[in-house]
Design a protein around this ligand. Structure first.
Ligand SMILES: NC(=O)c1ccc[n+]([C@@H]2O[C@H](COP(=O)([O-])OP(=O)(O)OC[C@H]3O[C@@H](n4cnc5c(N)ncnc54)[C@H](O)[C@@H]3O)[C@@H](O)[C@H]2O)c1
Length: 326
């Protein structure tokens, strides 16, 4: 298939692109390299368009590629940074998603897969969160991503494009940018260990999250491509395993071979942060016949193997884990 991956240079997008190429597909990446989650990585086997999804001239160019599917990952991808420049969130996450969905509809592109976020639930995600839990985003980011869901539903309902939307719950793994301290709990805490500094936790250690290893996240996104059970459906994409931050930190300290009493400083929480996120993934399990494969300890071991191989530097460009596997 000819597949467009927006945000294909970002953390999840780079691994998804790699998987799609390995499965024999052709990939076009659209990315403006405003990456905050990952070390920007452009797979040399993909066609790369360094463009903004809000730039309408992009869409006439995309007509040249006879696309069979779109994975739409491009986004301002963090809760805390959404307060730095809300306009960027609203443009990319809302308008950009609207333009892409409109393009898919007008060109009868068969598949449209969107990475939404747990943040659309806000504090309603503290329990056993099912997909029909009422959306109540606590952050600008959550609102903008939810508007993306609505645009996709509204535009693609009854069209020749089948959509699937995945509300991603904290994905982590090698390739995250350890120098960026405003997104990705695991990468932020790992960054302190990497620098041999006390771990600074913004918010309570009693908070909890589901953490999903990057390979599991990508597996779900890939498997949904041709699985008609997932057409026009919304899913939680998560390990479904609730982890308390205190326990996460103690496993991180353990697998990185640090002293048990490695210093941890608890500080004030950040704007728009939520106390707990935990997903019910029964629908995903059933429709995709899928189980998460990587448990948190194993995922963190793999993560720290990569971190241990990195020089201590403020610029990790060129040190993406996929760089070594060309
Ligand atoms: N990483 C997670 O745990 C997580 C959790 C929930 C949801 N998500 C969603 O998954 C997707 C990918 O997240 P990620 O962690 O890989 O983030 P990321 O920041 O690493 O990747 C996003 C990519 O989108 C690109 N981009 C941003 N604005 C753009 C624009 N206007 N035009 C073109 N490209 C643009 C960036 O340059 C970047 O490469 C996002 O949609 C995010 O909302 C991620």
């Amino acid at each position: 298939m000819n597949i467009l991956v927006t945000g294909g240079a970002g953390f999840i997008g780079a691994f998804l692109t790699d998987r799609l190429l390995k499965e024999g597909h052709s990939v076009v990446i659209v990315d403006n390299l405003n990456t905050i989650g990952g070390i920007p990585y452009i797979n040399p086997k993909a066609k790369f368009l360094n463009q903004d999804i809000c730039d309408e001239s992009l869409y006439s160019e995309l007509n040249n590629y006879k696309l069979d599917a779109i994975y739409h990952l491009a986004a301002q991808s963090g809760g805390e940074p959404s307060y730095d420049n809300p306009k960027y969130d609203l443009l990319t996450n809302s308008l950009g998603t609207y333009l892409l969905a409109k393009f898919a509809k007008e060109n009868n592109i068969p598949r449209f897969i969107y990475t939404s976020t747990v943040a659309i639930y806000g504090s309603n995600a503290e329990g056993d969160t099912k997909e029909d839990t009422i959306a109540a985003p606590d952050s600008i980011y959550g609102v903008s991503k939810l508007s993306g869901e609505y645009f996709i539903k509204q535009l693609l309902k009854g069209s020749k494009t089948s959509y699937s939307m995945f509300r991603v719950f904290n994905s982590y793994g090698p390739g995250e940018d350890l120098n960026y301290l405003k997104k990705g709990m695991v990468s932020i805490y790992a960054s302190f260990i990497w620098r041999n500094e006390p771990i600074h936790v913004k918010g309570s250690l009693d908070r909890y999250r589901d953490f999903t290893y990057i390979e599991d996240t990508v597996d779900v996104l890939y498997l949904s491509l041709e699985n008609s059970n997932t057409y026009n459906q919304i899913y939680n994409l998560s390990s479904g395993i609730k982890t308390i931050i205190r326990d996460l930190l103690s496993t991180m300290v353990q697998v990185s071979n640090q002293d048990k009493d490695y210093p941890i400083k608890e500080g004030y929480g950040t704007l728009g942060d939520s106390f707990g996120f935990h997903a019910n993934i029964d629908k995903l399990r059933k429709d995709l016949n899928w189980e998460p494969k990587v448990q948190i300890k194993e995922g963190l071991e793999k993560y720290f193997q990569w971190i241990d191989s990195l020089p201590l530097t403020n610029d990790l460009k060129g040190l993406h884990p996929l760089d070594n596997k060309k």
